[in-house]
Design a protein around this ligand. Structure first.
Ligand code: SF4
Length: 144
């Protein structure tokens, strides 16, 4: 069965910055066709649950308290890539709007809930190595 890397919060892991999840019932449909590998880049990069919210600011990632957490985000992204390369994973399904996992949209760095076009640090690294990254709302093409 083909393997897909997926944001851990989408399968129900309580790993968001608030300690909650983004469980999607669409996971059940995916599981009929794929083996899912849940992964949270922020936790794997060394950040705690709960943690301060962070946003991308140019090529950095900064918390709402002004702490530079770029290193942790980069480590999480590299670990995601390592798993994909080791297991020959070609597709990832990641959580939209996250500074790690955002697929088409991220917050603008002002912590005012404003969204801009952009991608999370993990999405960016995976895509730069040829891995396709989709949101959970774009999985129809995987279920044909
Ligand atoms: S980093 Fe990704 S997997 Fe982890 S909580 Fe945020 S959106 Fe979910």
């Amino acid at each position: 069965m083909e393997q897909i890397l997926i944001s851990a919060c989408l399968v129900g892991d309580n790993c968001t910055y608030k300690g909650g999840n983004n469980y999607s019932p669409k996971i059940r449909e995916l599981l009929k066709h794929y083996e899912l590998i849940p992964f949270c880049p922020e936790v794997e990069g060394g950040l705690r649950i709960p943690r301060d919210p962070s946003e991308r600011k140019g090529d950095r990632v900064v918390s709402i308290k002004g702490k530079d957490v770029t290193k942790e985000y980069e480590l999480g992204a590299r670990r995601a890539l390592n798993i994909c390369q080791a297991l020959k994973v070609k597709v990832a399904i990641l959580q939209e709007r996250s500074p790690s996992c955002g697929v088409h949209l991220i917050h603008d760095g002002s912590f005012s809930n404003k969204l801009i076009k952009g991608e999370g640090t993990t999405t960016e690294l995976l895509r730069s190595h040829g891995i396709k990254v989709l949101t959970i709302d774009e999985i129809d093409e995987l279920l044909k």
